[in-house]
Design a binder for this molecule. Structure first.
Ligand code: C2O
Ligand code: CU
Ligand code: CU
Length: 488
């Protein structure tokens, strides 16, 4: 490690990063694949019915150790929900935990009252059953709790899962668990008794990032390998960690094709060797394999920034193995990767579009922390707006907006790199940088139920780096109250 600790922040991070043994793995455990969630039989004619039961359990995350965990329909993580564009869906979320939580559909285009943010609490023992129509391009979304001030803990204990949208295009590898494989990347710390350590999960004092774990789990698997059986395979990566930024690439330096980002497919595959993934972001990649080979996916120190805190968030100069792909001696030939993938219409704001300015400073937005009763912004439904987000701190943040897809218009006034030009809902904001986002607001109008926007470093979000906006038709603007009530 070449980072020199200076001051309290670095000291804390130094200790955290140096106590682990995450660097090199032996790849001894088959990668777990979250099961696909079948719609409930006897689904009503009006909507596909899904059930998620949130529960406590015990998992063997590290071989030979019993770890109390949370999960949906199981002991750790949740099943993958896979639906088609145009489907009407209803998810019945039953909270069998001993405390209130919520369930948020990250990246979903849906009315605010179905969004599962802090205003839709599910008390212990209760079921919440939002229903909506899937109206967005094929992509990789995810679900996780979002109760204000405890999101970090609820996600860390294990409640998270993928929500995939298909739209009938089958040219990319799409056989779930075979050549279309989820990779939910999370870092954890374990106590000696096997339990998850939540030390540092909350922001405060010298702890500026929240929890950074020294063990990496992929889909809840420590030290994993995946057996590849096709010449091309697609991996849907989700950074489901509380704070850590991954800089993903292959140990042997091979390139892969980026085919999709948070909100859907790119216009064309983009060859890359490395990709940064901050908490909440997703990336779909396609990798080519030769028979019998082994390829190690790794997180590297970021090379975009020299800021040492930034490097620490990505594991410092320690390269961290993520998993190994072990190709079978004979591989089934995959159809060639299409040269064009999707039309991605520009989200181009009008010259006079409203600009929403956010300054991230001192773990606040515009000097304010989250207030459930305050509306920070009122947007006009069915329009395109601009958000200008400036990180005034010397640590990285990221920025997520609920219920929209956005495009990164520019990063520090320059055209963003190609991997940031697709449909997004979460974007990294490096220290000192400014991103401008073109945001397409949905057509739903709701004058009393807000969507959230926040830093997706969960300790920051919990500490109040979050705000609320309403999406309202011009006619409904008169109904916006002065102060929002807590629950709806
Ligand atoms: Cu991943 Cu406010 O959400
Ligand atoms: Cu979200
Ligand atoms: Cu942050």
């Amino acid at each position: 490690m070449t980072v020199t600790p200076i001051g309290g922040f670095a000291g804390w991070l130094w200790l955290d990063a140096s106590r682990g043994n995450a660097g090199q793995l032996s790849f001894s455990t088959p990668l777990r694949i979250p099961p696909l969630l079948a719609p409930a039989p006897g689904s009503s004619r009006t909507a596909k019915q899904f059930r998620l039961n949130l529960q406590e359990g015990v998992s063997e995350l590290i071989p030979g150790r019993r770890t109390p965990t949370w999960g949906a329909n199981g002991n750790y993580l949740g099943p993958t929900i896979r639906v088609n564009r145009g489907d009407r869906v209803q998810v019945h979320v039953t909270n069998r935990l001993r405390q209130t939580t919520t369930m948020h559909w990250h990246g979903m285009h849906l009315p605010a009252q179905m969004d599962g943010g802090p205003h839709q609490p599910i008390a212990s023992g209760r079921t919440w059953s939002p229903q909506w129509t899937i109206e967005q391009p094929a992509t990789t979304l995810w679900y996780h709790p979002h109760l204000h001030s405890v999101t970090a803990e609820h996600v860390y204990r294990g409640i998270a899962g993928l929500f995939l949208i298909d739209d009938g295009d089958t040219r990319l590898p799409h056989t779930y668990g075979v050549d279309d494989v989820p990779l939910i990347i999370q870092d954890k710390n374990f106590n000696d008794d096997g339990s998850l350590s939540t030390d540092g999960i909350r922001f405060g004092g010298i702890n500026v990032t929240g929890l950074l774990g020294d063990r990496i789990l992929i889909n809840g698997t420590y030290d994993p390998y995946f057996k590849v059986t096709t010449t091309l395979a697609r991996f849907r990566m989700l950074n489901g960690s509380n704070a850590r930024v991954y800089h993903v690439g292959f140990a042997d330096g091979r390139s892969f094709q980026l085919v999709g980002t948070d909100g859907g497919l790119l216009p064309a595959p983009l060859p890359l060797k490395r990709l940064m993934l901050s908490p909440g972001e997703r990336a779909e990649i396609v990798v080519a394999f030769r028979p019998g080979e082994k390829a190690v996916l790794r997180s590297f120190a970021p090379d975009l920034q020299s800021n040492f805190l930034y490097e620490q968030l990505a594991g410092g100069n320690d390269e961290m193995d993520l998993l190994a792909f072990v190709a079978a001696p004979r591989l089934r030939p995959s159809p060639p990767l299409p040269s064009t993938l999707a039309t991605v219409p520009a989200i181009q704001p009008a010259a006079n579009a409203a600009v929403t300015r956010i300054v991230m400073g001192d773990f606040t937005f515009n000097d304010k922390t989250m207030d459930m009763k305050r509306v920070d912004h009122v947007a006009t439904a069915n329009t395109v707006g601009v958000w200008e987000v400036k990180n005034d701190q010397d640590i990285p943040h990221n920025f997520h907006i609920h219920g929209v897809t956005f495009h990164v218009l520019d990063l520090d006034r320059r055209t963003p790199p190609p991997h940031m030009r697709g449909n997004k809902d979460t974007v990294i904001v490096p220290p000192g940088s400014t991103v401008r986002l073109g945001v397409r607001y949905l057509r739903y109008s709701d004058p009393i139920r807000p969507y959230m926007f926040h830093c997706h470093i969960l300790a920051h979000e919990d500490a109040g780096m979050m705000g609320q906006f309403l999406t309202v038709s011009p006619a409904d603007r008169v109904r916006v109250p002065r102060s929002l009530s807590h629950d709806h």
